[in-house]
Design a protein around this ligand. Structure first.
Ligand code: ATP
Length: 185
């Protein structure tokens, strides 16, 4: 079983995340991709804006149409900051792990807890992200063929705060959830 592990804050999940996960399924022939929302990202200087429950619910509805997508609560249900190495240790018995990263996250990896162990536990799959360092000459990671989408959760939160719609930037169910709950206003 080849399992993609896709961690993030997902505050909110957007079409960039989903398109990358789909591309990883296709280009690395993964059996499934597990989205792992972080309780708290150790390297982000602020807490997530939406609650863990909201971020989890949005991911569940966003991933529902693809049977090979799943959402894990492993980081939400664990105390303290969310370290990827602990998540990989928890998931390793399920199959061969492939850690999916955007190129901005790849350049942070050296600052994460136990980067060497992370590389032992998972093959790193990296997607090009606009504005992030170039991936030419990347070693120790597989650059996969993903669409290059210039979209971020931060930009979406800023749009919502200005009263603008996130329709078509996030799945329909997600923008309805954001609207109904008045998130990011
Ligand atoms: P924020 O803007 O709040 O920092 P984000 O959009 O970067 O959020 P995260 O949830 O922090 O989203 O990202 C989770 C993972 O998805 C990271 O590995 C990140 O590099 C990757 N990612 C997110 N958006 C894109 C994108 N448009 N292209 C490529 N990778 C992406």
């Amino acid at each position: 079983m080849k399992i993609g592990v896709f961690g993030g804050t997902f505050d909110p999940v957007h079409v960039g995340h989903l398109a990358i996960a789909q591309a990883a399924l296709d280009s690395a022939q993964l059996d499934r991709v597990v989205f792992v929302p972080a309780r708290r990202s150790p390297l982000k200087d602020r807490e997530a804006v939406a609650s863990a429950d909201d971020r989890y619910s949005m991911l569940v509805s966003a991933t529902k149409p693809e049977p090979r997508f799943a959402v894990s609560r492993v980081e939400l249900d664990r105390d303290g900051p969310s370290f990827t190495v602990d998540t990989l240790e928890a998931l390793r018995k399920e199959g061969d792990l492939y850690l999916i990263l955007g190129s901005d996250a790849l350049s942070d990896l050296a600052r994460w807890k136990s980067p060497y162990r992370i590389r032992q536990l998972a093959t790193i799959l990296v997607a090009r992200r606009p504005g992030a360092p170039d991936l030419d000459g990347t070693v120790g990671a597989v650059v996969f063929d993903a669409p290059c989408l210039d979209i971020s959760s931060r930009e979406l939160r800023a749009r919502a705060a200005r009263g603008l719609s996130l329709r078509y930037l996030v799945p329909d169910e997600v923008w309805r959830h954001i609207d109904r709950r008045g998130l990011y206003r």
